[in-house]
Design a protein. Structure first.
Length: 188
């Protein structure tokens, strides 16, 4: 059991095909082990294809189609990485609106690796402190973010990390921010 109790908290995991598998499964297990309820939200129903680097991994069942998902029904949002996953989500208007609504409601949001790409197009990174996979640094800075190369960055309920090697620190901070609840400084 985690040091952070998030019993009864519903956490949306927003992803699509091409997700970096461990960036989904590791935080998912952390949320479950802390008493939370992870929910897989995706632009399509059915199954999604995970990847381990460039190799196909497992498939994952979608719990809730994105068109039916509302941020009001969740306590937090987690956006796993994966280049293909992130590239598809960033141009999806429903994904942008869903992510932005968590910021508007001051709820914790966590994104790892390529996950912050979506948040550029959602219009929520300007003036925010964050990190990501190093190849996104210029994109994030150009969108007005304060990017730094750190294991984990927390900014008013907004948690980011660089890659799978950062997952222990990422998961701990995700649970901590969810346990704390809404943050007044977490805004779009």
């Amino acid at each position: 059991m985690s040091e952070h109790d998030i019993t009864g908290k519903r956490v949306a995991f927003l992803l699509t095909d091409g997700v970096e598998q461990v960036e989904l499964t590791s935080p998912w297990e952390a949320v479950k082990n802390a008493g939370g309820e992870p929910v897989l939200v995706a632009p399509k129903s059915g199954k999604l294809q995970g990847f381990e680097g460039v190799e196909k991994g497992d498939t994952f069942d979608v719990d809730l189609p994105l068109k039916e998902a509302k941020a009001l029904d969740f306590h937090a949002l987690v956006i796993p990485g994966g280049v293909v996953n992130a590239d598809h989500l960033r141009v999806d208007k429903d994904a942008q609106a869903f992510a932005r609504s968590f910021f508007e409601q001051h709820k914790p949001v966590a994104a790892i690796c390529h996950g912050p790409w979506l948040l550029i197009d959602a219009g929520v990174v300007k003036g925010r402190n964050l990190t990501s996979y190093h190849t996104l640094a210029t994109d994030l800075r150009n969108a007005g973010a304060n990017w730094s190369d750190q294991e984990v960055v927390v900014d008013q309920g907004f948690v980011t990390s660089r890659n799978p090697g950062d997952l222990p620190a990422f998961n701990n901070k995700v649970l901590e921010e969810i346990a704390e609840g809404e943050h007044a400084g977490q805004t779009a």
